[in-house]
Design a protein around this ligand. Structure first.
Ligand code: ADP
Ligand code: MG
Length: 239
Protein backbone atom coordinates (compact mmCIF):
# COMPACT_ATOMS: atom_id res chain seq x y z
CA UNK A 1 0.00 0.00 0.00
CA UNK A 2 1.37 3.44 -0.93
CA UNK A 3 1.21 6.26 1.52
CA UNK A 4 -0.58 8.34 -1.08
CA UNK A 5 -2.82 6.66 -3.60
CA UNK A 6 -4.77 8.17 -6.41
CA UNK A 7 -7.33 5.92 -8.03
CA UNK A 8 -8.75 7.20 -11.32
CA UNK A 9 -8.59 10.75 -10.07
CA UNK A 10 -9.96 13.35 -12.46
CA UNK A 11 -10.32 17.08 -12.31
CA UNK A 12 -12.21 19.58 -14.38
CA UNK A 13 -12.75 23.20 -13.45
CA UNK A 14 -15.57 23.37 -15.98
CA UNK A 15 -17.56 20.67 -17.76
CA UNK A 16 -15.83 20.92 -21.14
CA UNK A 17 -12.22 20.91 -20.07
CA UNK A 18 -10.55 18.03 -18.23
CA UNK A 19 -7.41 19.25 -16.50
CA UNK A 20 -6.53 15.79 -15.15
CA UNK A 21 -7.70 12.53 -16.64
CA UNK A 22 -8.06 9.35 -14.56
CA UNK A 23 -4.75 9.56 -12.76
CA UNK A 24 -3.60 6.30 -11.10
CA UNK A 25 -0.65 6.71 -8.85
CA UNK A 26 0.88 5.29 -5.70
CA UNK A 27 3.55 7.14 -3.73
CA UNK A 28 5.48 5.20 -1.10
CA UNK A 29 6.29 6.29 2.38
CA UNK A 30 9.69 8.05 2.56
CA UNK A 31 9.87 8.47 -1.19
CA UNK A 32 11.00 11.62 -2.97
CA UNK A 33 8.43 11.76 -5.74
CA UNK A 34 8.74 14.40 -8.44
CA UNK A 35 5.91 15.65 -10.63
CA UNK A 36 7.33 17.19 -13.76
CA UNK A 37 5.77 18.59 -16.90
CA UNK A 38 5.38 21.76 -18.92
CA UNK A 39 3.42 24.76 -17.71
CA UNK A 40 -0.33 24.08 -17.73
CA UNK A 41 0.03 20.29 -17.63
CA UNK A 42 -1.83 20.03 -14.31
CA UNK A 43 0.99 19.68 -11.75
CA UNK A 44 -0.25 22.30 -9.30
CA UNK A 45 -3.81 21.08 -9.59
CA UNK A 46 -2.72 17.57 -8.67
CA UNK A 47 -0.66 18.79 -5.72
CA UNK A 48 -3.48 21.00 -4.49
CA UNK A 49 -5.88 18.07 -4.59
CA UNK A 50 -3.51 16.01 -2.44
CA UNK A 51 -3.32 18.99 -0.07
CA UNK A 52 -7.10 19.30 0.03
CA UNK A 53 -7.06 22.82 -1.42
CA UNK A 54 -8.85 21.71 -4.56
CA UNK A 55 -11.89 19.50 -4.85
CA UNK A 56 -11.59 16.21 -6.72
CA UNK A 57 -14.05 15.81 -9.62
CA UNK A 58 -13.83 12.02 -9.82
CA UNK A 59 -12.01 9.06 -8.33
CA UNK A 60 -10.50 8.47 -4.92
CA UNK A 61 -7.59 9.89 -3.03
CA UNK A 62 -6.20 7.88 -0.14
CA UNK A 63 -3.59 8.98 2.38
CA UNK A 64 -2.33 6.36 4.82
CA UNK A 65 -5.01 3.94 3.68
CA UNK A 66 -7.79 6.35 4.39
CA UNK A 67 -10.05 7.93 1.78
CA UNK A 68 -9.61 11.66 2.28
CA UNK A 69 -11.58 13.21 -0.60
CA UNK A 70 -13.52 15.41 1.78
CA UNK A 71 -11.01 15.83 4.59
CA UNK A 72 -10.00 19.51 5.11
CA UNK A 73 -6.30 20.40 4.61
CA UNK A 74 -5.59 20.94 8.31
CA UNK A 75 -6.58 17.35 9.11
CA UNK A 76 -4.30 15.76 6.51
CA UNK A 77 -1.10 16.02 8.56
CA UNK A 78 0.97 17.52 5.78
CA UNK A 79 3.08 20.60 5.19
CA UNK A 80 3.40 22.73 2.09
CA UNK A 81 5.95 25.00 0.47
CA UNK A 82 5.03 27.16 -2.50
CA UNK A 83 6.91 29.08 -5.14
CA UNK A 84 6.33 32.52 -3.65
CA UNK A 85 7.31 31.52 -0.08
CA UNK A 86 4.20 33.32 1.23
CA UNK A 87 5.92 34.59 4.37
CA UNK A 88 4.01 37.11 6.45
CA UNK A 89 5.86 40.41 5.87
CA UNK A 90 4.88 41.95 9.22
CA UNK A 91 6.04 38.95 11.27
CA UNK A 92 9.61 38.07 12.26
CA UNK A 93 11.35 34.92 11.06
CA UNK A 94 10.56 33.28 14.40
CA UNK A 95 6.89 34.21 14.23
CA UNK A 96 6.69 33.04 10.64
CA UNK A 97 8.20 29.68 11.51
CA UNK A 98 5.91 29.21 14.49
CA UNK A 99 2.74 30.45 12.82
CA UNK A 100 1.26 27.01 12.22
CA UNK A 101 2.16 25.66 15.65
CA UNK A 102 0.58 28.70 17.26
CA UNK A 103 -2.60 28.22 15.26
CA UNK A 104 -2.68 24.60 16.44
CA UNK A 105 -2.12 25.77 20.02
CA UNK A 106 0.99 23.68 20.49
CA UNK A 107 2.44 24.14 23.98
CA UNK A 108 4.84 27.15 24.19
CA UNK A 109 7.72 25.14 25.57
CA UNK A 110 7.36 22.56 22.82
CA UNK A 111 7.26 25.42 20.27
CA UNK A 112 10.51 26.84 21.65
CA UNK A 113 12.18 23.44 21.48
CA UNK A 114 11.12 22.75 17.92
CA UNK A 115 12.00 26.30 16.85
CA UNK A 116 15.54 25.98 18.17
CA UNK A 117 16.09 22.56 16.62
CA UNK A 118 14.71 23.64 13.26
CA UNK A 119 16.51 27.00 13.16
CA UNK A 120 19.72 25.24 14.01
CA UNK A 121 19.27 22.62 11.32
CA UNK A 122 18.36 25.25 8.69
CA UNK A 123 21.06 27.75 9.64
CA UNK A 124 18.56 30.39 10.73
CA UNK A 125 19.46 30.79 14.40
CA UNK A 126 21.02 34.25 13.88
CA UNK A 127 18.09 35.54 11.85
CA UNK A 128 15.11 34.82 14.08
CA UNK A 129 14.31 38.45 14.94
CA UNK A 130 14.50 39.73 11.38
CA UNK A 131 11.59 40.54 9.07
CA UNK A 132 11.34 38.85 5.65
CA UNK A 133 12.32 42.05 3.80
CA UNK A 134 15.67 41.98 5.64
CA UNK A 135 16.50 38.55 4.20
CA UNK A 136 18.00 37.37 0.92
CA UNK A 137 15.97 35.17 -1.41
CA UNK A 138 17.78 32.07 -0.23
CA UNK A 139 17.23 32.92 3.42
CA UNK A 140 13.53 33.51 2.80
CA UNK A 141 13.26 30.19 1.09
CA UNK A 142 14.95 28.57 4.04
CA UNK A 143 12.37 30.14 6.37
CA UNK A 144 9.59 28.71 4.22
CA UNK A 145 11.26 25.29 4.47
CA UNK A 146 11.72 25.67 8.22
CA UNK A 147 8.04 26.47 8.60
CA UNK A 148 7.19 23.23 6.83
CA UNK A 149 9.73 21.17 8.76
CA UNK A 150 8.75 22.51 12.19
CA UNK A 151 5.26 21.09 11.77
CA UNK A 152 6.80 17.60 11.92
CA UNK A 153 4.27 16.45 9.36
CA UNK A 154 5.40 13.20 7.72
CA UNK A 155 4.22 14.31 4.30
CA UNK A 156 5.57 17.40 2.57
CA UNK A 157 4.26 18.97 -0.64
CA UNK A 158 6.34 21.47 -2.60
CA UNK A 159 5.25 23.43 -5.64
CA UNK A 160 8.19 24.85 -7.61
CA UNK A 161 9.84 26.08 -4.41
CA UNK A 162 13.08 27.10 -6.10
CA UNK A 163 11.88 28.80 -9.25
CA UNK A 164 12.48 32.34 -7.90
CA UNK A 165 16.11 31.69 -7.01
CA UNK A 166 19.23 32.16 -9.10
CA UNK A 167 20.97 29.13 -10.58
CA UNK A 168 23.71 28.72 -7.97
CA UNK A 169 21.37 29.01 -5.03
CA UNK A 170 18.94 26.66 -6.73
CA UNK A 171 21.63 23.99 -6.98
CA UNK A 172 22.47 24.38 -3.27
CA UNK A 173 18.85 24.31 -2.20
CA UNK A 174 18.20 21.16 -4.22
CA UNK A 175 20.78 19.35 -2.15
CA UNK A 176 19.55 20.91 1.06
CA UNK A 177 15.97 19.83 0.46
CA UNK A 178 17.05 16.36 -0.50
CA UNK A 179 19.20 16.01 2.63
CA UNK A 180 16.41 17.30 4.81
CA UNK A 181 13.92 14.88 3.29
CA UNK A 182 16.25 11.95 3.92
CA UNK A 183 17.21 13.02 7.40
CA UNK A 184 13.58 13.38 8.48
CA UNK A 185 12.33 10.43 6.44
CA UNK A 186 9.67 12.62 4.82
CA UNK A 187 7.42 11.51 2.05
CA UNK A 188 7.90 14.27 -0.50
CA UNK A 189 5.78 15.24 -3.47
CA UNK A 190 7.78 17.83 -5.36
CA UNK A 191 6.49 19.76 -8.36
CA UNK A 192 8.83 21.30 -10.90
CA UNK A 193 8.96 22.15 -14.59
CA UNK A 194 12.75 21.84 -14.48
CA UNK A 195 14.10 18.57 -15.90
CA UNK A 196 17.45 18.90 -14.14
CA UNK A 197 15.74 19.35 -10.80
CA UNK A 198 13.57 16.32 -11.44
CA UNK A 199 16.44 14.12 -12.56
CA UNK A 200 18.77 15.05 -9.71
CA UNK A 201 16.25 15.00 -6.86
CA UNK A 202 13.67 12.34 -7.54
CA UNK A 203 13.61 8.72 -6.41
CA UNK A 204 10.88 8.47 -8.98
CA UNK A 205 9.55 10.93 -11.49
CA UNK A 206 6.14 11.24 -13.02
CA UNK A 207 6.02 13.06 -16.34
CA UNK A 208 2.73 14.81 -16.95
CA UNK A 209 1.54 16.37 -20.17
CA UNK A 210 -1.88 17.85 -20.81
CA UNK A 211 -3.37 16.17 -17.74
CA UNK A 212 -2.17 12.69 -18.66
CA UNK A 213 0.60 10.58 -17.18
CA UNK A 214 3.29 9.99 -19.80
CA UNK A 215 5.54 7.82 -17.65
CA UNK A 216 6.41 7.06 -14.05
CA UNK A 217 9.84 5.71 -13.18
CA UNK A 218 13.29 6.20 -11.74
CA UNK A 219 15.36 8.95 -13.41
CA UNK A 220 17.65 6.41 -15.08
CA UNK A 221 14.66 4.52 -16.50
CA UNK A 222 13.14 7.66 -17.96
CA UNK A 223 16.47 8.54 -19.48
CA UNK A 224 17.30 5.12 -20.90
CA UNK A 225 13.82 3.89 -21.69
CA UNK A 226 11.52 6.82 -22.32
CA UNK A 227 7.97 5.61 -22.95
CA UNK A 228 7.40 7.99 -25.83
CA UNK A 229 8.85 10.90 -27.78
CA UNK A 230 7.40 13.43 -25.40
CA UNK A 231 9.27 11.96 -22.44
CA UNK A 232 12.43 11.55 -24.50
CA UNK A 233 12.50 15.16 -25.63
CA UNK A 234 11.36 16.52 -22.27
CA UNK A 235 13.97 14.61 -20.32
CA UNK A 236 16.58 15.11 -23.00
CA UNK A 237 17.42 11.47 -23.57
CA UNK A 238 19.01 10.30 -26.83
CA UNK A 239 16.04 8.31 -28.21
P1 ADP B 1 0.81 23.51 -13.94
O1 ADP B 1 0.99 23.65 -12.46
O2 ADP B 1 1.34 22.24 -14.49
O3 ADP B 1 1.35 24.69 -14.68
P2 ADP B 1 -2.03 23.88 -13.39
O4 ADP B 1 -2.44 22.76 -12.54
O5 ADP B 1 -1.77 25.19 -12.70
O6 ADP B 1 -0.76 23.46 -14.25
O7 ADP B 1 -3.10 24.14 -14.51
C1 ADP B 1 -3.59 23.12 -15.35
C2 ADP B 1 -4.73 23.66 -16.19
O8 ADP B 1 -5.82 24.00 -15.36
C3 ADP B 1 -4.38 24.93 -16.97
O9 ADP B 1 -5.02 24.85 -18.21
C4 ADP B 1 -4.97 26.02 -16.12
O10 ADP B 1 -5.33 27.12 -16.91
C5 ADP B 1 -6.19 25.36 -15.52
N1 ADP B 1 -6.54 25.89 -14.19
C6 ADP B 1 -5.74 25.88 -13.10
N2 ADP B 1 -6.36 26.42 -12.03
C7 ADP B 1 -7.60 26.80 -12.46
C8 ADP B 1 -8.73 27.41 -11.83
N3 ADP B 1 -8.72 27.74 -10.53
N4 ADP B 1 -9.83 27.62 -12.59
C9 ADP B 1 -9.86 27.25 -13.89
N5 ADP B 1 -8.84 26.68 -14.54
C10 ADP B 1 -7.71 26.45 -13.86
MG1 MG C 1 1.97 25.11 -11.31
Amino acid sequence: MGQIELIEVSKSYDKQHHVLNEINLSIEQGEFFVLVGPSGSGKSTLLRMIAGLEEISGGTLRINNRAVNHLPPKDRNLSMVFQNYALYPHLTVEQNILFGLNAKKVDKQEQKKRLNETADMMGLSELLKRKPKELSGGQRQRVALARAVVSEAPLCLMDEPLSNLDAKLRANMRMEIRRLQQRLGLTMVYVTHDQVEAMTMGDRIMVLNDGKIQQIGAPITLYNEPANLFVASFIGSPK
